[in-house]
Write a protein of this length. Structure first.
Length: 134
């Protein structure tokens, strides 16, 4: 019997070009992200944006983009967090997009279950799109 998929395909956009991380590769991408930043750190960054460490955030976001096939490095992502058309939006997008990628869709849908992480941040993540743009 086939096991149900835990993750959905995730679409990322960098420099106007879409990239897709297939559902069966999301777990590997999460492992790559966690080498740089944890889900808890992302939640904290979402709550208090000025506390986020931008270098690990840029490294994690670049790792996700690379797994999706984008030709990008952490330096370019880091620079976009300062000099892009919407630099602050880029930071927020990276925070939300990475958190959304890391949380299994079933956990996002089940926001009413107590003791299942920070409900408000999951609800916020669920209401934003699963698309990362630049």
């Amino acid at each position: 019997a086939m096991m149900a998929r835990v993750f959905d395909d995730v679409k990322l956009v960098w420099a106007g070009k879409p990239y897709v991380i297939r559902s069966d590769r999301v777990m590997g991408v999460i492992a790559a992200i966690e080498r740089h930043i944890t889900l808890r750190e992302l939640h904290q960054a979402g709550a208090e944006r000025d506390t986020v460490m931008l270098a690990p955030l840029a490294q994690a976001y670049a790792a996700a983009l690379k797994h999706a096939g984008a030709d990008v490095d952490a330096d370019a992502v880091y620079q976009a967090m300062f000099t892009g058309d919407d630099a602050r939006g880029m930071v927020l997008e990276a925070i939300q997009g990475l958190a959304l990628l890391m949380i299994p869709p079933a956990a996002l849908a089940d926001v009413s279950t107590p003791g299942n992480g920070n409900r408000r941040s999951r609800r916020a993540a669920a209401s934003s799109s699963r698309k990362l743009t630049r």
